[in-house]
Structures are given as C-alpha cells and as structure tokens.
Ligand binder design. Structure first.
Ligand code: ADP
Length: 255
C-alpha cells in the first residue's frame, strides 16, 4: 500500500507560557492512497486543527507532515502553492467564493490559472455541475444563491481539478439531507473511480458512514479507529457506538 499522507508525532499549541493550550498532542498516523478517511471526535478535540495541519493550510508546532513522501514543511512557498492548486481539493466550511465572479467563473477559477483548454473546462464544468445539481445557477452571483448552493459551488470548484487528494471539513454542514447524500455519493465516486484519497472531518455519523475508516480523536490525541468491513449501515452503527464510547464532551466539561 502506498502511503500518501504520513503524520509523525505532530503537536500543535496555541498561546504562550501560562496561556499555552496544546490542541494536538503527539499524533501519528498514515493514510494510504485511495482511502476515504473520516476524522471524528467531540467538539474542541482538535479535528479542524488537525485537518489544517495535514492539508498544508497550517503548520504544526512540532512533528512531521509528509505528502507523497515529501516533507511539506520543507517545501518552498512557490512549490507548495503549485502543489495545493494542482493536486489538492479543499472543501472547507467558509466557502471563499469570489463575490464579483458568477458561479461558473468561480468554479473555473482553478483551471483558468493553469490555462486548461476551453472545451476541456466546459466538459468538466458540465460534469460537476450536473452531479452537484447547480446547472441552473451557473450565471448567478454568489450573493444571490442559498447557503447550500454555495457549499455545492465550493465543492465543484474543489473537484473540477480532479485532485489526487481531497480535504473536507464538515462538507455537508449546511446541506439538506438530499443534497448531502448527493455530494457524498459524488465524493465516493471520485474515491472509487478516480482513486482520489479523501480526508474528511465530520461530527455526523451518516456522513462518516461513507468513509472506509474513521479515526477518533479526543483532547488532541488518538482515541481509536473504526474500519469498515461490511455494509454502510453496519459501519454507521459501529461509528455511532464509538461516538457513544468517546462521549460528547470537550475540555470544558471537566470543569
Ligand atoms: P474541533 O474541530 O474538534 O471542534 P478545533 O480544532 O476547531 O476543534 O479546536 C480545538 C481547540 O483549539 C479548541 O479548544 C479551540 O478553542 C482551540 N483553537 C483553535 N484554533 C485556535 C487559535 N487560532 N487560537 C487559540 N486556540 C485555538
């Protein structure tokens, strides 16, 4: 199995001296090419921080982050931004759509930078727009579309580059259940057909049930993992059981 992500002894703290808070505490794990991995844990466990560190958006206080064998902490910033643009799709909570561009141009933005031929862009656009059900709003501006539609536009923009790695933070957070199922279905297809590796943070067991493996973290440390073996429904139940074991509390519950 080819390891695409390797995290070794990663810690992350915020603040100084007495105010120092350790958000990630000596985490080590790897993700193989073609996996669809979920990250779950109570609120405040460090899930988003971990995803930011793995996805090159943030840097750890100590430890090593390798993607495709390369230590990303040693990459020069130009190399890193090329790598992000060409190889990684981000589906994060804040959509970061450009308000002055319509939906279509927002989605095509990552391709435009790389001078991809127009017909190729149009083909890919049609494909993602159809699957994410946003064909009818392609000429609308972000201000005029709903939150759920914005999320799907952001997903389309992330997926149009056919990324080898997809990072998603609560990708279904503001979608209704039908739109959520459609997006998850599409992500699963990208995972199966295109062998895209996906790492997704979620608090929702239904969303997590689309993964092959779910890592649970608590107080910034590894707690356990659940690997899918049977049906999605069985996996869903395993995820719920583990959620009950880990408990819903965050640090503040101790006070
Ligand atoms: P989760 O995604 O599991 O809810 P986060 O990774 O968002 O958890 O946050 C983990 C902890 O780190 C929280 O206690 C949060 O308050 C703290 N934290 C996150 N970002 C910062 C920051 N920039 N400065 C200080 N503390 C932060």
């Amino acid at each position: 199995m080819e390891k695409i992500i390797e995290i070794q002894h990663v810690s992350k703290s915020y603040g100084y001296l007495l105010n120092k808070v350790k958000v990630l505490d000596d985490l080590s794990f790897s993700v193989n090419k073609g996996e669809f991995v979920g990250i779950m844990g109570p609120s405040g466990a460090g899930k988003s921080t971990l995803l930011n560190v793995i996805s090159t958006v943030d840097t750890p206080s100590s430890g090593l982050v390798k993607i495709s064998g390369k230590n990303i902490l040693e990459m020069r910033s130009g190399q890193l931004s090329d790598f992000r643009r060409r190889k990684i799709g981000f589906i994060f909570q804040d959509f970061n759509l450009v308000e002055s561009l319509n939906v279509k141009d927002n989605i095509l933005l990552p391709l435009a930078i790389d001078h991809i031929p127009v017909h190729t862009m149009e083909e890919r656009l049609q494909h993602v727009a159809e699957i994410l059900n946003i064909e009818k709003i392609l000429t609308a501006y972000p201000a005029a579309v709903s939150i759920g539609q914005k999320q799907r536009v952001a997903a389309a923009r992330a997926l149009i580059v056919n990324p080898m790695l997809i990072f998603a933070d609560e990708p279904t957070g503001s979608l209704d259940s039908k739109a959520a199922a459609e997006l998850l279905q599409y992500m699963s297809e990208m995972n199966r057909q295109d062998r895209a590796t996906i790492v997704m943070v979620t608090h929702d067991p239904y969303t997590a049930s689309y993964c092959n493996r779910v890592l649970f973290i608590k107080d910034g440390s590894f707690f356990s993992e659940v690997v899918r073996q049977g049906s999605r429904e069985q996996f869903f139940n395993q995820v719920i059981d583990m959620q009950a074991t880990i408990g819903g509390g965050n640090r503040l519950d101790h006070f």
